[in-house]
Design a protein around this ligand. Structure first.
Ligand SMILES: [Zn+2]
Length: 402
């Protein structure tokens, strides 16, 4: 990672007291030596933010959790991700869901056709949708085809998840095949029991689903996707090395108040839903302390503006064009800009067992106004991005080819 314009001694670790407070609040411990966060005594006492114009050059990141939809809508959003990232893990919750290798490879082809020629570095990583009918043979076929992961949606948990798993016992042979062949399980970690409070569903999932899965299949590599709670941050931090988490920009920058500021804010509604401040602090602390099993996954999930601003609005936040700048903001706030590169560019490929990217991108600290909307699909459709009409403090300045 290269920083220009501001010497490291001038700019590092603003708001270190905030970081320490967050770590104390969450009781989060980076458990192995390589994960350990700096002790209070090693944190710089400098509290100023990076000066405007500061350049930050890092290895090109990947997005380990992304929704790009399909058809004309897909062609609108893929370029936003392809411009900044080397790879992206593509979620399989289309209608119908992507449940077999042929469907995944055809979907991959359609995505590749939507990548503009100047972003030919970009490569989608395909996943398959785990259903009650997924077999060990399906897992072996995925492995052979280079599809590295299955996504577990508890039935009914989020957008297009009606085909999800109803009973973990039904997928046990598939999970065992995944563990033995090194295929990852990506989980949407929420129970769907209507009697469980919406804000408690992630914590209950860990207790009632995830821990039993890991007890039954202890070698399974699991990514808890888009974590939102102190319980999830603590669980992953202290879990064995085969358990990791992806983290979105919204869950380290916003708490649930953002849903209700001066009225209902549908564009801040996603699943799992934003939580109270202590949870935001705990997730942000887990990420910015430099723990190696947390990595970037935007969960950028575009919907038509009208489908969000509706009586029964869709869940999902579209962050692809601005996410890197938002993550930089969060790391800067925590005084941990020097840890952004590992989170964005190293921890994900290391966990997946893939090579790190070799080209670089440069971010610049320069406030940029986010458009009110971007074109989305046909018929003048638009999608509203995260921070629409406001500013992001960092933006991508340039890309340095390998
Ligand atoms: Zn998602």
């Amino acid at each position: 990672m290269i920083l220009k314009k501001s010497l490291v001694s001038q700019m590092v670790l603003p708001n270190s007291r905030t970081l320490c407070k967050a770590l104390r609040t969450s009781k989060l411990v980076c458990s192995s030596p390589s994960h350990r966060h700096p002790s209070a005594s090693s944190i710089s006492t400098t509290t100023s933010a990076a000066p405007s114009g500061t350049m930050l050059t890092i290895t090109r990141p990947d997005d380990w959790h992304l929704h790009v939809r399909d058809g004309p809508a897909m062609r609108s959003v893929v370029p936003h991700t392809a411009e900044h990232y080397g790879r992206a893990v593509i979620m399989p919750n289309l209608t119908p869901p992507v449940t077999n290798v042929n469907m995944a490879l055809q979907y991959k082809q359609r995505i590749m056709e939507a990548v503009p020629a100047q972003f030919s570095h970009f490569s989608p990583i395909m996943t398959l949708y785990l259903t009650d009918r997924t077999s060990a043979e399906d897992v072996h076929a995925a492995k052979a085809a280079g599809v590295p992961a299955f996504k577990l949606y508890p039935a009914g948990a989020t957008t297009n998840s009606d085909s999800g798993v109803t009973d973990l016992a039904k997928v046990l042979p598939a999970l065992k095949a995944m563990a033995s062949s090194g295929v990852l399980l990506l989980v949407h970690g929420e129970v769907t029991d209507v009697h469980v409070d919406m804000f408690d569903r992630e914590a209950v999932f860990i207790k009632e689903k995830l821990i039993p899965i890991l007890d039954l299949v202890p070698d399974l590599k699991v990514v808890m996707e888009h974590i939102t709670t102190k319980e999830a941050a603590d669980f992953v931090s202290s879990a064995p090395d085969n358990v990791a988490a992806s983290v979105t920009p919204q869950h380290i920058l916003l708490n649930r108040n953002a849903l209700f500021v001066k009225g209902l804010r549908p564009h801040n509604y996603c699943l799992p839903v934003l939580k109270r401040e202590l949870h935001r602090e705990a997730v942000a602390a887990a990420v910015t302390c430099g723990h190696s099993r947390f990595f970037l996954g935007t969960d950028s999930a575009p919907h038509l503006k009208g489908a969000k601003e509706a009586a029964c609005g869709c869940a999902g936040i579209f962050s692809a064009p601005v996410a890197l700048g938002l993550y930089a903001e969060a790391f800067e706030k925590a005084g941990a800009l020097e840890k952004l590169e590992a989170f964005a560019s190293f921890n994900g490929p290391d966990f997946y067992g893939m090579p790190r990217n070799t080209d670089k991108i440069t971010l610049v600290k320069e406030a940029v106004e986010v458009p009110d909307s971007y074109q989305f699909g046909e018929n003048n459709g638009v999608v509203v991005p995260m921070r629409a009409g406001e500013h992001v403090e960092w933006r991508v300045f340039s890309v340095v080819p390998q």
